[in-house]
Design a protein around this ligand. Structure first.
Ligand code: LX5
Length: 636
């Protein structure tokens, strides 16, 4: 296959082309968000049930623990507490432990910030003041770190205890616990003792040391991709099953004692410790543009709010946007932002109206809801761009959307043979965000089924190669495709609501998938202008796709190639430049079989290999079977 490249660019490659889509889908709590204790504040649980004690276990047969609706709650937002009941005369270590999110990763000589609130139902005599011990304990019972606190005899009001725990050694597994105990025996009140506990937390060092921040290893992995934007808070998890359980920005900002948490859309409680300000600071740290969604009246249970009933939610969206970009002098949400330490507005251009309003009953009311939101939001924020989430094929929306967020989940082969999807889209001013795409199944007749029905647990090499071919289409059509992101971004290996995910993780490991490597290769070798070249075979039998871009300032050329065939592809490149470097760099992602995946057992089975290849004004390159290659060379 000969590829002749044009010397003049046809269009720019937008800086926003490659980014990340995020929602809490076993990805925020227990993942990107740094909190190590699961169910830390007993949010949104039914008191006096076993489920309310999720991730909490007693550490002595003598004691009992129970989650109650506290008569004197820590806060209105956090009404529940854990009551430790120690019977008279009990001896030994008496208390309870948290088992984390399928473990707690601990590293020696590292500072772990523990914190809790306690209160005594009644004062006790000074002779009986119990000692509270907090310990990091390994699977075999070894104490890795300990801190003791004298409880105050008259602490009938909520009292916070904070401590830094430093493990003396790195335990052999992540099956570690944080243990809270009170020494039994003489010091325990003769009549026994009850202690109430609330908002118990353990944080490792966070990414960039941010308070209430992100888990560093996951954050560093996402930084590697250099995503240009970050879409949040969803995805389905924006929507709620009902209006009442929608994502509400105000419940996700301010002190953790003021965040009630919510029953998320993926079957578990979101602490909302990862909230709007944390998302925005995260965008700031990774130099990503926020692509922020506002709730638009539709809930996944099928209800729509329309007409005048929508007004309070439009006001809520205006407040949410003002929290991001408003002037503290004139806007209460902006003043709240300033009071939380960020007086300057955050950059914001794109606001998404809802999520996937092409499912269920949403399309029937989206035209009206879109009109209500966009009419009002445009009046208040004329500089913002709004993205529609219904299908471009309908319903007809007014005002006409400037942007649509398209989603596609398909088979690896579908992606390998649909890289021309945007070539035939009319150029009428409308531009597109390919906000969710991924090869998720080998079964085109049941894409969203179970692994037994063809669903992929992990991205495969064939997934990544197919997705790369599809992404060539983004670059060739970057005059109308301004952003794209794989979805979902993250998934907990021990508890995922969705597979495959771009990055898998468990308590102690991060697994970079084959598709992650493609996202990283494209995002870190983007170029800023597209050079037309001979077109790949756009037919269903096409197995070779490529894209040529350039950095206009340096003249550096980037040639991306995807070969989904089971045999190598001989290529000849013809470049119309005088001083093409005689040697270029080739980063090649390939493997033994298209079915290869990176898994917890073999996290680096498939990884890019960088080599130097001969290049020049005309050079040959053989793309290995089932491979993605990024060639970079200079032209001046
Ligand atoms: O069940 S789906 O609608 O396919 O869920 C998908 C689409 C939705 O936007 C996102 O939250 C989710 C996984 O990325």
């Amino acid at each position: 296959t000969t590829v002749s490249v044009s010397a003049s660019a046809s269009h720019a490659i937008p800086t926003t082309l490659y980014g990340a889509m995020f929602e809490d889908i076993s990805s925020g709590d227990g993942g990107l968000y740094g909190e190590l204790l699961q169910n830390r504040a007993f949010q949104q649980v039914t008191p006096n049930t076993t489920a309310a004690l999720n991730a909490w276990v007693p550490v002595s047969d003598a004691v009992s623990i129970d989650v109650i609706a506290d008569p004197f709650p820590l806060s209105a937002a956090l009404p529940n507490s854990l009551v430790l009941t120690i019977p008279p005369g009990a001896t030994g270590k008496l208390g309870f432990a948290n088992t984390g999110y399928w473990g707690i990763n601990l590293v020696e000589n590292t500072n772990y910030a523990a914190s809790l609130y306690y209160r005594l139902p009644a004062s006790i005599s000074n002779a009986e003041i119990p000692v509270l011990r907090m310990e990091l304990v390994a699977e075999d019972g070894t104490t890795l770190a300990a801190h003791i606190t004298q409880l105050r005899a008259n602490a009938t009001g909520w009292t916070q205890v904070s401590a830094v725990l430093v493990p003396s050694l790195t335990p052999p597994s992540t099956a570690n616990t944080l243990v809270f105990t009170i020494e039994g025996g003489a010091v325990v009140a003769p009549a026994g003792l009850q202690v109430h506990f609330a908002l118990l937390s353990l944080f490792p060092p966070t990414f960039r040391g941010r308070a209430n921040g992100m888990r560093a290893d996951i954050a560093e992995t996402l930084l590697e991709m250099r995503p240009a934007f970050f879409r949040f808070p969803g995805g389905n998890n924006l929507e709620g099953q009902t209006t009442a359980t929608r994502w509400q920005w105000r419940n996700t900002v301010g002190p953790l004692t003021e965040r009630p948490g919510r029953v998320g859309d993926w079957g578990y409680v979101n602490t909302d410790g990862l909230g709007l300000l944390e998302y925005l600071l995260w965008c700031e740290d990774l130099e990503m543009e926020p692509f922020m969604a506002v709730w638009d009246g539709y809930s996944l249970g099928g209800t729509s709010v329309t007409g005048a009933a929508l007004d309070p939610f439009i006001a809520e969206a205006i407040d949410q946007i003002n929290f991001v970009i408003g002037d503290p002098a004139t806007s209460e949400p902006a003043a709240l932002r300033a009071s939380l330490g960020h007086p300057e507005p955050f950059p914001l251009t794109f606001v998404e109206i809802g999520n996937e309003d092409f499912v269920g009953q949403a399309p029937g009311t989206y035209a009206s809801r879109w009109n209500s939101f966009v009419t009002n939001l445009t009046a208040t924020f004329p500089q913002l761009h709004f993205m529609a989430t219904s299908h471009t094929s309908g319903p007809v929306l007014t005002p006409t959307p400037q942007h649509y967020d398209n989603h596609v989940y398909q088979t690896p082969n579908w992606f390998a043979t649909n890289s021309f999807m945007y070539d035939s889209v009319p150029r009428n001013g409308m531009t597109f965000f390919e906000g969710e795409y991924a090869a998720i199944s080998l079964n085109s007749n049941n894409l969203f089924g179970t692994p037994a029905q063809g669903r992929l647990l992990w991205p495969t090499l064939a997934s990544a190669v197919g997705e790369a071919a599809f992404m060539m289409g983004f670059e060739r059509n970057a005059d109308i495709v301004f952003a794209a992101s794989y979805a979902p971004l993250l998934g907990h290996v021990n508890d995922s609501q969705w597979t495959p995910n771009l990055v898998g993780f468990d308590a102690g490991n991060v697994i970079k998938s084959t598709s992650f490597h493609v996202q990283k290769l494209f995002s870190t070798n983007r170029g800023d202008e597209y050079l037309p070249s001979s077109l790949p075979d756009s037919s269903a039998s096409g197995t070779l796709a490529w894209s040529v871009t350039r950095w206009s300032d340096t003249g550096e050329l980037i040639i991306k190639v995807s070969n989904s065939a089971a045999s190598p592809a001989d290529m000849a490149f013809v470049l119309p430049f005088a001083n093409v470097s005689r040697a270029g760099t080739a980063q090649v992602l390939t493997g033994a079989a298209g079915t290869d995946s990176n898994t917890p057992e073999m996290p680096e089975l498939v990884a890019p290999v960088t080599t130097v290849i001969p290049t020049g004004a005309a050079f040959n390159y053989t793309a290995p079977a089932v491979s993605v290659t990024v060639i970079t060379l200079t032209t001046q």
